[in-house]
Design a protein around this ligand. Sequence first.
Ligand SMILES: [Fe+2]
Ligand SMILES: [Fe+2]
Length: 216
Amino acid sequence: MRISMNRRYSLSDHLIGHADNMLRTLFAPSSASRPSPAADINNRALEAWEKDEARRLMRVNHTGEVCAQALYQGQSLTARSPELREKFREAAEEENDHLAWCEDRIEDLDGQTSRLNPIFYIGSYAIGAFAGLLGDRASAAFLAETEYQVVDHLNRHLHRLPTADRKSYSVVKKMSEDELKHAKSAEQVGTLQLSEPAKGAMRLMSRIMTGTSYWV
Ligand SMILES: [Fe+2]
Ligand SMILES: [Fe+2]
């Protein structure tokens, strides 16, 4: 059944949709709308240590994308303007490609996604919803800062990935380009300047996520 575009959704409609998104993000295989950048790249056979390091780093990046889905969903729940809510929804779709590309790489590397993903999803959803409650401009500022920090993180991974794993490199490179685009797009909303302690707290949260999902 097709739902009318003019329909006004209630809070319970949104929450049901968000619960569905959470379950699909965490437990269903993701499918991308764009082909993976790794598709046309040929790797030589990776040595055991190279494979191990690459699968750990891609698991961290996959968890980052799980968090991105949750943040966008949380922010869209409490965003005031329908335009911003639509922006979050569109960006979440692009993030879904990242999720699927990381998932594919982890599978190719015989790895597993992080067992901590449900915890990170719920935590990120709550943070996103809280940011939304602070108002649209603050929420967009939070989003822009998140995306800039993700770009820095991904660019560090471009140096850490084993050089032989050109497939993972191409995925991370494309993700970094997309995240920069998301940051610029969020800034167009007329963002506020976040305080340095707020930015520091965000970096700390991200270090906890990256530090744990590298191992578990
Ligand atoms: Fe992403
Ligand atoms: Fe992004």
